[in-house]
Design a protein around this ligand. Structure first.
Ligand code: MIG
Length: 711
């Protein structure tokens, strides 16, 4: 592999005259200061306390070596009361206290008032009453900077089984965290500000995954593009419509009958050639990999897995049979380092054909049914023959057949060999997606050391952020999910998931043109920018809504490419400095009650605030500005209006083809001319939009986008 390493380049922008291109190489720094190296975090011992309950499974989510406290905190120390030997944590909330965090979950930025359960689940209806989605990211941040007392602290519960977080659900002023049967490591993090606590946490869990730069471009996906011609059509239509595009996704039908690491030879007859044909058009193909391996004689992945004992086992030690897409299947035992290495190396089948990105699906792991339970169902069904089926029996009959998927009992039926230690799956359930993705990530480092490979996963746990990003699973084409997709970002960032995003336009159900456009206007700020939709839904490619919408969509997507230098730079700095890319207003304006309660605006990077329109048939929306800001109404890098707005409430108009942003005082926003894809973005002709006093410098990070980022 050719190593295209080039030292990263800093530009220090001096913005004397707004909109004047700056010289590129000014003040070019060639190496990064190792800011916040662990030892420099002498604050660690002061700021972070670790308590151990029982003998927890080592999840390897925390990479720093934090000494363990002797015993549990006494009485009022650490605010949190450790009851029941530490298996129940109690905490009293005060009025106006915010709870941030919990990663990818439903509801708003402030998690207070609901009961959440960490139990990774394949749950396609993301209703606000859901308790679990696909991920477990057990980090909370309490902030009370209100009502006289200023206090914030973080709480991380490192426990890989089921956990319950009652965050003011039973009683609005009480937090009750129930470890269920888990043994756990519990971390309490102190800091002056929420941002400082996040940085401390991120520092102990290790640096976030960095994708190739092309993965910041638009991706087009659908379940499924069935053959080469359908994929070509997508690329050609985007080109025709003048909409930039960097990637097209392949869903499960590219495989031969849903078998991982195979190709359907009829629909993709010469895959390597096709991959390079698309690359010449500037489009990367990104295939899906599922967690389940089909049981089929003669299929090498299956046979090798059985031969080497690499699949999870039932109580008798035989490979455990589950059903997923291909029917009867086995799960690779990704908690076993040998199996992980083996499974990770399998990705080379596609890497060797020119593929440079993947998405890992179904890795909660999702189970359609287990063979064992299916047999029980068949047995019981017999009892319904010839008897009077009253309402009670009818309900039983319906649930027997209708509730075979994702049964909690099934997760107690199989075992991992965690390098010599036999563990029942439910005890470590939330680690599966993490370790499947880790298998791939570790293999990429081994097999493609000079290159970044795109990787993101549906299921996750803290620690996986070092190996890949996440997408937030099967949302729907609904306005409420547009807002949700924004609210999930800060919580994901807190746990190191910086490269992440939701299915743009919504996965399930039918999108409308206005929802699509408004969704784009938010998603151009989100690192993982992928339009994806389900089988059977309305076509969702941006050219599928007629010429008017297509033109508007093109205009918005082109803004993504204009913003790319800023977004990429802010992303990379957030990785390097263990900061958030998306910051809730309450993090910055901590004594401003209105800012603390704002759930539909975010800071993106250091310079801008966004406030997308998230309602139908609206010509604009109310925006709360905690301080004076400069509004910029963008239509293109050359066509925009600016206006200084004082702090307070404003009704801000935004047409369907406009994107409104707000620049913070003393900050700068670099803007490029739009391009056909990420490779074409011209860093030589950046404009710099400023607000007020010109900043002394702005650190614009850039690199070749492919070599592993060396900070
Ligand atoms: O059971 O591969 O979340 O993005 O298109 C559905 C088909 C399986 C779920 C993923 C979705 C993907 C779909 N998969």
């Amino acid at each position: 592999m050719k190593n295209r390493a080039e030292a990263p380049v800093f530009h220090t922008a001096v913005c004397a005259e707004p909109r004047q291109p700056l010289s590129q190489q000014e003040n070019c720094i060639r190496s990064f200061p190792a800011r916040l190296a662990h030892k420099e975090l002498g604050m660690e011992s002061k700021m972070i306390r670790k308590y151990r309950i029982g003998t927890p499974f080592n999840t390897e989510s925390v990479t720093a070596d934090i000494p363990q406290e002797k015993g549990l905190p006494e009485g009022g120390r650490d605010h949190v009361l450790f009851a029941d030997g530490g298996r129940t944590l109690l905490y009293c909330l005060s009025e106006g206290e915010i709870i941030y965090g919990l990663g990818e979950t439903v509801r708003g930025i402030n998690k207070r008032g609901w009961d959440y359960i960490s139990w990774n689940s394949d749950m396609p209806n993301h209703l606000e009453t859901r308790r679990s989605l696909y991920a477990s990211q057990n980090f909370l941040l309490f902030d009370k900077a209100y009502g006289g007392e200023d206090r914030c602290f973080g709480l991380y519960i490192d426990a890989p089984g089921k956990l319950e977080f009652d965050l003011g659900y039973t009683d609005y002023s009480q937090v009750r965290i129930d470890l269920k049967e888990n043994d756990a490591d519990i971390y309490i993090l102190e800091g002056e500000t929420p941002g400082e606590i996040v940085t401390a946490f991120r520092t102990i869990i290790g640096r976030s995954y960095v994708p190739p730069k092309w993965a910041f471009g638009l991706g087009q996906s659908r379940w499924s593009y069935m053959n080469e011609d359908e994929v070509r059509e997508v690329a050609d239509q985007y080109r025709r419509a003048g909409i930039p595009l960097d990637s097209i996704y392949l869903d499960i039908d590219y495989m031969e009958r849903y078998k991982d690491f195979t190709l359907n030879g009829e629909t993709f007859p010469d895959f390597a050639k096709f991959v390079s044909e698309m690359k010449e058009k500037g489009v990367h193909l990104v295939p899906i990999i599922d967690a389940g391996v089909k049981i089929e004689e003669g299929y090498d992945v299956y046979e090798e897995g059985v031969r080497n004992g690499y699949f999870v086992k039932d109580e008798n030690g035989d490979p455990f049979v589950v059903a997923v897409w291909p029917g009867r299947s086995h799960f690779p035992d990704v908690l076993n380092s040998g199996a992980r290495r083996w499974f990770g190396d399998k990705y080379s089948f596609l890497l060797d054909q020119g593929i440079d990105g993947f998405w890992n699906d179904m890795n909660e792991p999702s189970i359609f049914y287990t063979e064992k339970h299916l047999n029980e169902v068949f047995g019981e069904l017999d009892e319904f023959r010839g008897v009077n089926i009253d309402i009670g029996r009818l309900n039983r009959l319906l649930s027997l057949v209708g509730e075979m998927a994702q049964r909690e009992e099934d997760y107690r039926e199989f075992y991992h060999d965690a390098d010599g230690v036999r563990v029942r799956h439910d005890k470590v359930h939330n680690l599966f997606g993490y370790n499947m993705t880790r298998a791939a990530g570790e293999a990429f480092r081994r097999n493609r050391p000079g290159e970044r490979i795109l990787m993101f996963s549906r299921s996750s746990y803290v620690g996986m952020h070092r190996y890949g990003g996440v997408w937030t699973g099967d949302n729907s084409s609904r306005w409420e999910h547009l807002l949700l997709s924004m609210q999930q970002m800060p919580a994901l960032n807190m746990c190191g998931f910086l490269y992440s995003g939701a299915d743009v336009g919504g996965f399930g159900e039918d999108v409308t043109p206005d929802l699509m456009l408004r969704w784009l206007a938010l998603a151009i700020f989100i690192p993982l920018f992928r339009n994806h939709s389900a089988l059977g839904t309305r076509r969702q490619e941006l050219y599928a809504f007629g010429p008017e919408t297509e033109k508007k969509a093109a205009q918005i997507v082109r803004l993504r490419y204009a913003l790319l230098p800023y977004l990429y730079s802010e992303f990379m700095k957030a990785v390097r400095d263990s900061r958030m890319l998306f910051t809730p207003l309450g993090f910055v304006w901590r004594d401003d009650m209105r800012a603390r309660e704002t759930e539909d605006e975010l800071l993106v990077g250091e310079s801008i605030l966004i406030a997308p329109v998230v309602k139908p048939n609206a010509s604009g929306r109310m925006v709360y500005l905690p301080e004076e800001m400069k509004l910029v109404r963008l239509r293109s890098a050359e066509d925009y209006e600016e206006e200084i707005l004082p702090a307070g409430d404003h009704y801000i108009r935004a047409k369907l083809d406009e994107v409104v942003i707000f620049i913070r005082k003393g900050h700068v926003l670099p803007l490029a001319k739009a391009a056909e894809n990420t490779v074409g973005v011209d860093y030589g002709s950046l404009a710099y939009l400023c607000h007020g006093a010109v900043p002394e410098e702005y650190e614009l990070y850039n690199d070749d986008g492919i070599s592993p980022a060396e900070f």
